[in-house]
Design a protein around this ligand. Structure first.
Ligand SMILES: [Zn+2]
Length: 565
């Protein structure tokens, strides 16, 4: 079996072209190399996980390549490129200033800089998190930066440009890296999924990209974790269940009820959301985000601000046409107020319910929204909202195809949440084993003692025999059971997992009884949706989880002025 390599490493880009979402910047770098306009110092700024170090490494490789390709990329076949790709090149030196920030560290770096490279033209020094250098270290470095030897090139990388002293800034060529756009991330995740033989729904990848918040590295590690849960078929439903994300379909349904003034239905949906274990404030900020998305969907010019998959974008456009602009502005405002007041409120549930009631009511005061699909200019013009309308209608005429699409294509996800209602845990396995008894009826019932290790081994061996599509096998391997007397206890994080596993419960019980020679073994499945909240995916979530366990970490972080890498 091949050793498992996390996607962020396995798919680390090897060429400028394969760097995701930074095309302007990589083209500039490539051109500079092709025209031999190399500076001695570069400063790469930008948020974490967007490819600064990766670009620095590709840059170092490319300027040392012995046969660069016509398009300015490294050949990846010459001896120098191979050295870089196998991480044994002597032409690249990396210093992590976060952990080596003393004057001595910089002095030893400066000593190294004087030595010319044995192979290749340039020695590249990458100083990561350069803002962490102490002032004394900065000063010790300044001289080398002013008069570097011809073979030395410095690439300084930082997440906090404002902390770099001006004397350094003025000596560097500055490159600002962008946060990676959701669509670029989705595209790249799709590519990786294909490479790995995984089928993934676009909406599922979109949720992952949103969770990663602009950092490709995070997106890849979340993707790895999701694949761990879901196996080779990554669906939107599985992803939102595993990442504890609220299905946007709820918001679409809610707005429909607001427009019709249906208070009861709105309150019931909110209740359903709370029952699923979602936090009220999470819901409110999601609702505000939904109104914001509706707002930007009204106008073709702002449509680019909508970072969702194309089918969902159509749903937004469709719903936006049903809402009067005044309704959206007002809704945004009061949802935002509710979000702000949430923390102080004594009765948080009531606060949100009032918001919903409000949203159902004030639509009555606004003129009835246009129920029909997009219409040609002549018919929509006489309507109100003089300042908004003209723009919209202009674009409508040019975008004919969209309007037809909207009418024909049904929203893809219709009332998805129904199937996954979360009820009290431990609802299911009352009748675990009626079948197995019959087999052993003639012989003596066995009752040998067994250990938890043996139980887990038997559990895993059964998991490997499951071949159906429901990921029950992955679920079993990811959630090892505990032994409690003769009961095999397992706690899962969502109902989907529970249902899938329950399909196998009779066979599983038989297997455990047979393997462990104990006929009184039963299996008990519980669901604890709070567990999934505790699972940390992004670095900041991991940090929060650590702080929850040890509050001192927060003090430490503040006093030492630490930041996440
Ligand atoms: Zn090469």
């Amino acid at each position: 079996m091949e050793p498992y390599v996390v996607s962020a490493r396995k798919y680390r880009p090897q060429t400028f072209q394969s760097v995701v979402g930074q095309s302007v910047l990589t083209t500039t770098l490539k051109n500079a190399i092709a025209q031999n306009h190399l500076a001695h110092a570069y400063l790469f700024c930008g948020p974490r996980g967007v490819g600064k170090t990766t670009c620095a490494r590709i840059f170092a490789k490319t300027i040392n390549c012995m046969q660069p390709l016509p398009d300015g990329e490294a050949c990846n076949t010459c001896e120098s490129c191979k050295g870089f790709n196998e991480q044994r090149s002597f032409n690249i030196h990396e210093l992590d200033a976060a952990s080596n920030n003393s004057v001595d560290d910089i002095r030893s770096l400066v000593d190294q800089v004087r030595i010319p490279p044995q192979v290749g033209k340039y020695s590249v020094y990458i100083i990561d998190e350069v803002h962490m250098l102490s002032t004394a270290a900065f000063n010790a470095f300044l001289k080398t930066l002013e008069e570097p030897p011809a073979h030395a090139i410095f690439i300084l990388a930082t997440t906090e440009k404002h902390k770099i002293i001006p004397t350094i800034l003025s000596r560097c060529q500055i490159y600002d890296f962008n946060r990676i756009r959701i669509n670029d991330m989705v595209e790249y995740l799709q590519y990786i999924a294909e490479q790995e033989g995984i089928t993934a729904e676009e909406e599922a990848l979109n949720v992952i990209a949103q969770k990663a918040d602009g950092a490709m590295r995070d997106a890849l590690s979340i993707f790895d974790q999701v694949v761990n849960f879901c196996g080779t078929n990554v669906t939107y439903k599985d992803v939102i269940a595993n990442l504890n994300v609220l299905d946007y379909e709820y918001y679409f349904r809610l707005v429909e009820h607001f427009l019709k003034g249906e208070i009861t239905n709105s309150l019931l949906i909110f209740n359903e959301i709370l029952n699923k274990g979602f936090d009220g404030q999470h819901f409110v900020s999601g609702l505000a985000a939904h109104f914001r998305n509706l707002l930007v969907s009204r106008d073709a010019e702002t449509l680019v601000l909508l970072e969702v998959s194309s089918s969902v974008a159509q749903q937004y456009q469709h719903q936006a046409q049903q809402c009067a602009p005044n309704f959206i502005y007002k809704a945004l405002e009061i949802a935002n107020d509710c979000d702000l007041n949430y923390r102080q409120s004594k009765n948080k549930r009531l606060l949100v319910e009032l918001l919903l009631i409000h949203l159902c009511q004030f639509n009555d005061n606004t003129p009835t929204p246009e129920k029909k699909e997009l219409k040609p200019i002549s018919e929509t013009q006489p309507k109100q909202q003089p300042q908004q309308r003209p723009k919209l209608t202009n674009t409508v005429t040019t975008q004919k195809p969209i309007s037809t699409k909207i009418t024909e294509e049904k929203p893809i996800l219709t009332s998805a949440p129904k199937s996954v209602s979360i009820t009290a845990p431990a609802a299911a396995p009352q009748q675990p084993a009626t079948a197995p008894k019959a087999q052993n009826a003639s012989t003596e019932p066995q009752n040998e003692p067994f250990t938890e290790e043996a139980l887990i081994a038997a559990w895993n061996s059964f998991a490997k025999t499951i071949t159906d599509e429901t990921h029950a096998s992955n679920t079993m391997l990811n959630f090892p059971p505990h032994k409690n007397g003769n009961t095999c206890m397992v706690t899962l994080v969502n109902n989907l997992q529970q249902t899938n596993l329950e399909n196998h419960i009779n066979k599983l019980t038989t297997h455990l009884r047979k393997t462990l020679k104990n006929d009184s073994i039963t299996v008990k499945i519980t669901v604890d949706s709070a567990q999934v909240k505790k699972m940390a995916f992004t670095p900041s979530e991991k940090l929060n989880a650590m702080i929850e366990k040890k509050p001192e970490i927060a003090t430490l972080k503040n006093q030492l002025n630490l930041t996440l890498l």
